[in-house]
Design a protein around this ligand. Structure first.
Ligand SMILES: [Mg+2]
Length: 210
């Protein structure tokens, strides 16, 4: 079956991890330190251990509102995503890859990032994606749940085999979609891995599809 739609992960694929890292590992521990009168290092240690208790397999992990409550943080958090826009670094291979693939396919985003962050990240990329799916915000799930990619396909009315997806997480972006029949590619920007379904950058991904 020919590919009809191409899907991208966001963080680690189109933008690097600085934006989320700054918020999760910088801003939130700093606010926690302030709220609980702790030294920053102690606050960071505690916050990271709270994150670890939930784990990236749970949708709550990605939900800032959940953490705000759980950690007892002060202030309203909704201006935080915008304040960190400067930390949003788009990988240099992105504009050309999107332009080339976009000539032939509708492009979508399938991400584990919450919608409030995605909105800012999309402004940095400045490409008119056909659809943007956030597993935690849209479906209350995580991309590793087998039904995530099925729901995406249902929404855009294609078969899993007609979807190509690329991302940097071996489970969420490769094994989970592949199990469903999606044509999945694992992006390994470090270049350590080799294989037919592994790509070193997005130019290589484009070459596989065009
Ligand atoms: Mg990623």
């Amino acid at each position: 079956m020919p590919i009809r739609v191409v899907s991208f992960d966001m963080e680690g694929t189109l933008i690097d991890h600085s934006y989320s890292k700054q918020i999760w590992e910088g801003d939130i521990p700093a606010l926690y330190a302030e709220a609980h009168g702790l030294p920053l290092e102690e606050a960071r240690r505690r916050v990271l251990s709270e994150y670890a208790e939930v784990g990236e397999g749970q949708p709550e992990w990605y939900d800032v509102g959940y953490w705000w409550k759980r950690l007892g943080l002060p202030h309203y958090w909704r201006d935080l995503p915008k304040r960190r826009k400067g930390e949003c670094n788009v990988y240099p291979d992105v504009p050309r890859a999107l332009a080339r693939l976009g000539e032939r396919y509708p492009l979508i985003i399938s991400s584990n990032t919450i919608r409030e962050f995605l909105k800012i990240q999309l402004e940095c990329i400045d490409y008119p994606f056909s659809r943007v799916f956030s597993a935690p915000s849209d479906f209350g799930s995580v991309k590793k749940a087998p039904d995530f990619y099925q729901r995406v396909c249902d929404e855009i009315e294609i078969e899993p085999m007609e979807l190509a997806h690329v991302g940097d997480h071996p489970e969420f972006d490769y094994r989970a979609p592949k199990l469903l029949g999606v044509k999945a590619y694992l992006l390994d920007r470090s270049g350590r891995l080799k294989g037919e379904e592994i790509v070193l950058d997005l130019n290589e991904f484009v070459e596989r599809l065009l």
